[in-house]
Structure formats: structure tokens, C-alpha cells
Design a protein around this ligand. Structure first.
Ligand SMILES: NC(=O)c1ccc[n+]([C@@H]2O[C@H](COP(=O)([O-])OP(=O)(O)OC[C@H]3O[C@@H](n4cnc5c(N)ncnc54)[C@H](OP(=O)(O)O)[C@@H]3O)[C@@H](O)[C@H]2O)c1
Length: 236
């Protein structure tokens, strides 16, 4: 039985990935490096993930999306936004679900509730995943930067990531996980506030340096808090 809302027992967990491309694959690599088991999935099936599993090693396996949702103590969703309406609901009940997705209308198609600003994209995922606890994380950092800026706690060059969610237990578990894979967290509020880390806002991408500088630039807690405070609800 999985831990409630993704609690990490004894520091080691099974992390499921629905979407295992640039951002999902990067978080999976960092997860294995931190000692976690990972289960990866995509739209085309486990056979198409052999190369990633081989690279990740014995801590990793590929499964269907449904099995990944079942087996993950918590699950990272890193797909095009349009895919979220197909995510299985029942196996994710009572689990923390990390939402790394972004809404780009030109890529994802227009969604009226997001265009109007009525809800944030992570609230759209939460609406679909009834009974799960969605936490927004990893959406605001370029995958090369995420890979290259990971540092252990106490390192003066450690970077921070914003997280938001409605369930304190899920936020704590995700914060612990993010800490283990190399980042501090700034937990700044509920999902309704997560527009602060959506595309176009100051904390989106820029604090970690330009995308053509793959190494990335460390962004400490103060820089992330300042950027979140400067957010001004851009139209998507
Ligand atoms: N790239 C970045 O640096 C970055 C950073 C932060 C956040 N993000 C956000 O993260 C999300 C993913 O971006 P990405 O760059 O990682 O994209 P990507 O490299 O194209 O990977 C997308 C993954 O989602 C899978 N997928 C697509 N439809 C699916 C479905 N219905 N069910 C299960 N898996 C499905 C794809 O599998 P198939 O290949 O089999 O279709 C692929 O594994 C986007 O919302 C993006 O805005 C990206």
C-alpha cells in the first residue's frame, strides 16, 4: 500500500513518471541518483522506453501509464497539457501528484478557463484527478538547468524551486523529495496561487539563466522569493 499523499518512508520511494521525455526523464535521472526506484511511462508504451531504462539502470523499469499510476508512491506528470484528460484517476487517489506541465495555447490548444485566468493549469489537473493531491513543481526550470544545477543541502551554490499545493502533507513529501534530488523549495501557497510560477512570470525560467547557457545559473531562496513576489498574472 502506498503512503498517504506521497509520504517518503525511510527516505526511499518509488516515483512514477507519466511522461518521460525531457523534463520527466531529467527528474527520473535525479531520482535514481538520489536512491529512489522509478517507473517510467509514455504514450507509446514501455518498449519505447528501453534506452531510458537502460541508462537509468536497475532502479528503473518501464510500465504502462495505468501501472505507473498504481505503482508510484507518488507520480510526476510531465506531458503535453492536452494529455491530462486521459490520466487514470482511481490509482492516484490519496497520492501526491507533481505537476510539471505548462499551458502554451499555441501548443496545447485553447482552454477557456485558463485563457480567462479563472483557474491555473495545475487546478485543471486537480479537477481531473479527484482525490489526488496535486503539487506544482519543476514546471519553471529548463530541463538542462534542472539537471546541471542540482546540489546537495548545504552547498552554497544550491538552487531553489517554487512549489504550490493544497495538501500540507503532500507539500511536505514533495519538498522532501525535491530536497533529496538537489534543490531547496519555496512553498509559497495553494494551487490557486500557482499562476505565480506559470509561463511569463518572473520565476519562470529566468532565475536559472538563459536557455542557451545549458549549465544554468544557481538561484537561491531569496531570488526565488523575490521573483514570486514580483509576479503579476500574465495572460497565457
Ligand atoms: N522541456 C523543458 O525544459 C520543460 C521544463 C519544465 C516543464 N516542461 C513542461 O513539461 C511538459 C513536458 O515537456 P517535455 O519538454 O518533457 O516534453 P517531451 O520531451 O516531448 O516529453 C513528453 C512526454 O510525454 C509523453 N506523453 C505524451 N502524451 C502522453 C499521454 N497521453 N500519456 C502519457 N504520456 C504522454 C511523451 O511520450 P511519447 O513520446 O510516447 O508521446 C513524452 O514521454 C510540458 O507541459 C512542458 O511545458 C518542460
Amino acid at each position: 500500500m502506498s503512503a498517504p499523499a506521497g509520504e517518503i518512508i525511510g527516505g526511499m520511494a518509488t516515483i512514477g513518471f507519466i511522461g518521460s521525455g525531457r523534463i520527466g526523464g531529467t527528474v527520473a535521472r535525479l531520482s535514481v541518483a538520489a536512491g529512489h526506484m522509478v517507473v517510467v511511462s509514455n504514450s507509446r508504451g514501455p518498449d519505447t522506453l528501453k534506452d531510458l531504462v537502460a541508462e537509468l539502470g536497475p532502479m528503473a523499469r518501464a510500465e504502462s501509464v495505468d501501472n505507473t499510476a498504481e505503482e508510484g508512491d507518488f507520480v510526476v506528470v510531465a506531458t503535453p497539457l492536452a494529455a491530462i484528460r486521459h490520466l487514470p484517476v482511481r490509482p492516484l487517489v490519496d497520492k501526491a501528484v507533481i505537476d510539471a506541465n505548462n499551458y502554451y495555447p499555441q501548443r496545447d490548444g485553447h482552454i477557456a478557463d485558463l485563457d480567462s485566468g479563472q483557474i491555473c493549469s495545475s487546478q485543471l489537473l486537480q479537477r481531473h484527478l479527484l482525490g489526488a493531491s496535486v503539487v506544482k513543481a519543476f514546471n519553471n526550470i529548463y530541463y538542462h538547468h534542472l539537471r546541471n544545477l542540482a546540489r546537495p543541502a548545504g552547498d552554497p551554490q544550491r538552487s531553489y524551486l517554487p512549489i504550490a499545493g493544497d495538501n500540507p502533507q503532500a507539500l511536505a513529501a514533495v519538498g522532501q523529495f525535491v530536497d533529496q534530488i538537489g534543490y531547496g523549495v519555496v512553498d509559497y501557497g495553494p494551487l490557486a496561487e500557482s499562476w505565480r510560477q506559470q509561463p511569463g512570470e518572473p520565476v519562470y525560467g529566468a532565475p536559472y539563466g538563459p536557455m542557451d547557457y545549458e549549465q544554468g545559473r544557481p538561484a537561491g531562496e531569496g531570488a526565488i522569493r523575490t521573483a514570486l513576489d514580483a509576479a503579476s498574472r500574465m495572460a497565457p
